[in-house]
Write a protein that binds this ligand. Structure first.
Ligand code: FAD
Ligand code: DLZ
Ligand code: SF4
Length: 512
């Protein structure tokens, strides 16, 4: 029985479940650069270049492993434009009796694949995606019967199960979470190390040319493309991170600095999400750095929590709550996304910096996504569909399984609190505490009302006031509502007016 094995553009690992029982003599692997995947959202140019180049390099690896590969390039005359049509064509041509594929990371494609067997008249075996530490079922079992799903408790279970940073059944260092040590601003004298960069080789250059011609109207710059496109290069990025950045990862995890996109973050999300790195090897490398006294516990625990905690948690959460999660709009937000998310001029320096870096690199670090880009969308009341589409487009690591929970549930509170116990809303004071953006800004973060006042300040109180009926009984918001009640009501009403004026100007496409 010969099988056709489909490898998707973000499944670039020889260990994929879909390759595990391959019969090299009879089976064929299919990889295809297709319009349907490259345009279902208008991905950032660098995301397409990364995926296509990594696919082409992985294809070479498959061939050197004596695997019979059918690779369809984007400009091939025979290109059928969609994964289904490519599969259909090969089934007819070679009489395969089975299609084997690892589960797609996006609900839309998974739902589509579930219709293939009936349409093709052959079995379509959808294998679990084995690149995660937890299975989908493990998350479902853990979630069952719980009123609230909190990452912290899921993470503790994962620590116990996999033994990371554990001494018998207790966490090393006596605490599960060292975040209290992880909120430092970056000192002026510290030079952040440069990220690991790779000069594009002939394959990547060809792909960059392709993107420049075929996807010229997509968002983003491409000429500074420097990402890893092979597993070997991705391992170099990981090694460099462990050596030079991990020791400071924890302390400066929440910090933001003018003209500094990379900070002490790892820059491995592209590679983890596309199969070039496995979470277990990343976790082991980080843990070893602690055992070797190379990095302190707050950095290593903080980093391990992002991968063994957040990453696994959002993936389980996504499949548990789809398709409803995509429709949720608990706060009934309805505004359109303002043009400055696409690079139009804005006087808000924190947003201008975060968008500029996103455009240049298809990357922004977590705190920019959360506290600047996400926080603004929450405070201003941008419709979740608009925000989700933007986040899906602009980041090289964006696939719906990870993007949607972070955007809809974490930043927009669209799920009504299934993921977060309260909205991640913050005024300009938080951005000022963790960055030097405000000292380069047209607005004044200290002012709460008036033309010079930081828009995050009045939008914050506008948000709190507008959603009083939803949150005033939330114990984690009690302090905020008590502060609002004690506030000079004339000052509050000025802030509400300023917020209304700001939102109107934003809607009218005026520069804000
Ligand atoms: P580091 O800060 O070095 O963290 C290490 C790794 O931990 C990351 O590579 C990532 O794999 C994992 N991680 C950290 N935080 C999260 C998280 N909240 N959810 C899942 N994994 C996490 N991450 C994506 O991979 N794709 C997305 O589309 C994406 N969209 C996001 C949207 C918003 C609004 C927010 C707030 C976060 C989003 N994240 C997303 C999570 C996080 O911002 C990125 O994983 C991180 O910035 C990637 O950079 P890094 O590799 O340098 O991460
Ligand atoms: C992101 C992406 C892009 C841009 N292009 C392709 C492609 O041409 N062929 C392919 O197999 N996969 C591509 N991908 C990745 C898929 O969109 C991804 O596998 C699904 O969204 C599921 O996560
Ligand atoms: Fe952003 Fe306000 Fe600071 Fe300007 S003053 S950088 S808008 S937080």
């Amino acid at each position: 029985m010969a099988s056709l094995r489909l490898i998707l553009g973000d499944q670039l690992s020889l260990d994929m479940s879909s390759l595990q029982d391959i019969n090299k003599r009879d089976d064929m692997v299919l990889m295809a650069e297709v319009k349907s995947e490259a345009t279902y959202v208008k991905h950032h140019k660098q995301k397409i270049a990364f995926i296509f180049s990594a696919m082409r390099h992985f294809a070479k690896q498959l061939c050197s492993n004596d695997i019979n590969l059918h690779y369809v390039k984007y400009k091939d005359q025979e290109n059928k434009g969609s994964l289904f049509e490519e599969v259909k064509h090969l089934i007819k041509k070679h009489d395969f009796t089975q299609v084997v594929v690892a589960k797609s990371g996006e609900y839309r494609l998974h739902a589509d694949m579930q219709t293939w067997a009936a349409k093709l008249g052959v079995e379509v075996a959808i294998k679990p995606d084995n690149r995660f530490m937890a299975t989908e079922q493990e998350f479902v079992d853990w979630a069952e019967g719980k009123k609230q799903l909190r990452m912290e408790f899921f993470y503790r279970e994962m620590r116990k199960k996999h033994g990371y940073l554990m001494e018998d059944d207790q966490p090393i260092g006596g605490k599960w979470n060292f975040d209290a040590d992880n909120r430092e601003k970056l000192p002026k004298e510290l030079d952040v190390p440069l990220p690991t960069r790779f000069t594009p080789n002939a394959i990547t250059k060809e792909v960059i040319d392709l993107v420049n011609t075929e996807f010229a109207d997509h968002f983003g710059d491409i000429n500074n493309f420097h990402y890893a496109v092979t597993r070997k290069q991705a391992l170099d990025v990981l090694a460099e991170f462990i050596e030079t950045r991990l020791p400071n990862f924890g302390r400066y995890q929440d910090a933001m600095v003018q003209d500094e996109p990379w900070m002490y973050h790892s820059h491995i999300s592209f590679y983890l999400n596309a199969g070039l790195l496995m979470p277990s090897e990343v976790l082991q490398a980080a843990q070893q750095a602690y055992f070797d006294n190379h990095a302190p516990i707050n950095s290593v625990e903080g980093f391990i929590r992002q991968i063994l905690g957040w990453r696994e948690f959002v993936r389980g959460f996504y499949w548990h709550f789809m398709p409803g999660l995509k429709q949720d709009n608990f706060l009934q937000a309805k505004l359109a996304l303002p043009d400055f998310y696409w690079g139009a001029d804005t006087d808000m320096n924190c947003l201008s910096q975060s968008v500029k870096q996103t455009k240049e690199h298809a990357y922004a670090h977590h705190i920019q996504r959360l506290m600047v880009l996400g926080n603004f969308a929450l405070l201003a009341g941008i419709h979740p569909d608009e925000v989700n589409e933007w986040f899906m487009i602009v980041y090289g690591d964006a696939y719906e399984w990870v993007e949607l929970p972070n955007v809809s549930a974490m930043i927009l509170y669209s799920d009504g609190g299934k993921l977060a116990s309260k909205p991640y809303a913050a005024s300009g004071a938080y951005i000022n505490k963790m960055s030097n953006y405000c000292s380069h800004c047209h607005y004044s973060v200290k002012e709460k009302t008036g033309q010079q006042a930081c828009p995050f300040n009045y939008l914050y109180w506008h948000f709190v006031h507008k959603h009083k009926h939803r949150f005033e009984n939330n114990p984690r918001m009690a302090m905020i509502y008590s502060t609002m009640a004690k506030m000079d009501q004339t000052k509050l009403s000025h802030m509400l007016d300023d917020a209304d004026t700001f939102i109107k100007r934003m809607k009218d496409n005026e520069k804000v």
